[in-house]
Design a protein around this ligand. Structure first.
Ligand code: GLP
Length: 263
């Protein structure tokens, strides 16, 4: 795992967008794993700007989102499909047929989960998976006690997650109780993971995810097992990390990060 600390949330989003853009330019057929949430909005806004101003091309790229609520249709304004439409798909030249999210309205949810896994396999796996970090330390909707080898499945959302997502729904009672999510095992198979977490309210969970013991209680700790995972945080979210001097040294000295130091 590598940790990169940027001065502000904007600078952190700049860096994440720059990494995605670089991978996409190097491989126009990139299979990109996508995440939702407030933190990702800045990343998508930057990718849209790069598409408009620098011709960043999404025409051959395919995407797989981490999760979707059970019971929300694709055109429901609160669905993750709509989130993606509004913030990215509708604003760049991506082919909709190459964009994938689990179908939260499927009549057979278990079959839908199996189908999603199969589809990822048919695309030869995910090259770069973008991840946010939930307050409960979850990636996707892998709530506490998610098995570290879990695959795409239906999960009941924890009270912490219901509260976190309540503002989108106008109250905690209106948040769907369940979601389909890629499993921790599914995420660990992606060739590269890129997690973005910003803001003081994430400082405690970032420290536990990065420097704490691996535990199914905090699914993000499983990323410590991933051979190529980069965690990007701003100073506020880095506040409770212990190894910051070392993380900064790596970023300043590893040749891989040279093109990104000014980002
Ligand atoms: C939800 C999503 C996660 C996301 C998390 C963080 O729980 N299912 O994929 O990472 O929210 O959201 P935010 O960026 O709004 O803090």
């Amino acid at each position: 795992m590598e940790v990169i600390i940027r001065p502000t949330a904007d600078a952190a989003a700049d860096l994440v967008a720059a990494v995605i853009a670089r991978e996409l330019r190097a491989n126009p057929h990139l299979v990109l794993g996508l995440a939702t949430g407030r933190t990702m909005e800045g990343v998508y806004a930057r990718l849209v700007r790069m598409h408009r101003e620098e011709g960043l091309d999404f025409s051959l790229c395919s995407t797989f989102n981490l999760d979707e609520y059970v019971g929300l249709s694709a055109d429901d304004p609160r669905s993750y499909r709509r989130y993606m439409e509004e913030r990215l798909f509708g604003q760049v030249n991506i082919d909709r047929r190459n964009t994938h999210l689990p179908d939260g309205m499927a009549s057979d949810l278990e079959a839908e989960c199996r189908k999603y896994e199969e589809l990822i396999r048919r695309f030869n796996g995910i090259d770069l998976q973008l991840l946010g970090l939930g307050r409960a330390g979850h990636i996707g909707f892998n709530e506490p006690l998610s098995a570290l080898h879990s695959r795409t499945r239906v999960k009941a959302l924890s009270p912490v997650t219901l509260a976190q997502n309540a503002p989108w729904f106008g109250g905690v009672d209106k948040v769907p109780r369940r979601a389909i999510t890629m499993g921790v095992g599914t995420i660990l198979e992606c060739r590269r993971c890129l997690l973005l977490a910003t803001g003081a309210e994430k400082a405690d969970i970032v420290a536990r995810a990065v420097e704490g013991p691996i535990t199914a209680m905090i699914s993000a700790t499983a990323l410590q097992l991933h051979p190529r995972c980069t965690v990007v945080v701003d100073e506020a979210a880095a506040a409770q990390l212990h190894g910051t001097d070392y993380y900064r040294w790596i970023f300043e000295n590893e040749p891989e990060w040279e093109p990104f130091r000014r980002a």
